[in-house]
Design a protein around this ligand. Sequence first.
Ligand code: 13P
Length: 342
Amino acid sequence: MTDRIDDIANRMVVEGKGILAADESSATIKKRFDGISLESTEDNRRDYREMLFRADGMKDYVSGVILFDETLRQKAADGTPLVQLITDAGAVPGIKVDAGAKPLAGHPGETVTEGLDGLRERLAEYHDLGARFAKWRAVISIGDGRPSWTCIKANSHALARYAALCQQAGIVPIVEPEVMMDGADAVHDIDTCFDISVWAQNTLFDELFEAGVNLEGTILKPNMVVPAQNCKKAASVEEVAEKTVRCLKATVPAAVPGIAFLSGGQASIDATAHLSAMNAMFDLPWKLTYSYGRALQADALDAWGGKQANVAAGQAAFNHRVQMNAAAATGKWSAELEKQAA
Ligand code: 13P
């Protein structure tokens, strides 16, 4: 295995595997643990992630894991570094490096993702700790007058500066311009999501070009093109697949080795069905796979419920979900397979 960024990027999107996003910030994991009435302590966070990283599904279906800073430095209960559990499973460890989406001055309701200050030094340390890819998430919300050009431009520019710094440090950047499907006033339809996603992704690739980013060592993590959670008009699986692929074809150069979707609040099964439909319906220049957080973890978190006695049940739920998504990554998932394997 080489350390060239294009080789690492290809490993991250290898056929039949995908990425586990386990990089919830302290605030986000607390929200998830609140859902199972579990206190968010350092040990509980460690136990939960250790359960996932030791699951059998890791070896067969996970190419990489995105971690939060704390987890990259944590040890399993027996003293094994969590990073080692990931590399032992044959997956690439990655790290979330952005400092979060902060209010964009002069643009109420919009954010710009921060974290460029000191990033060069942090990336060097993360590389020493074993991370070989990174993630930076920009948040683009649709609503009254949103998104603004300022929001799209500022976030794309930051993503490009981040990506260039990553590559200089020998780290593959995942660039994530997330057009949100949820939010209190998000009622937009699928065609609005399409238009905004095309705009955001085109702007991002312009900025990546201007920053001299090597696309062969870059992974795109986009939203799928879907209606907002509160939109009254639903979209079929085929429509989501068709519009998402049309958006990607209009924006993503073929030099990019792979596209790993976020789940963004879709039901777990929808995220699987959409991915499978895209891979089954189209012949594409890039690999299309998953980089799901919630859609890979929700069932496992519920089955575990914070109890040591439920570790095997939590792992079984994770194994099932990730196996189904691995099938989707080659277009081979079906509702029947879902039932048979359950
Ligand atoms: P979700 O799949 O839960 O949207 O999370 C993926 C992610 O990493 C968001 O940044």
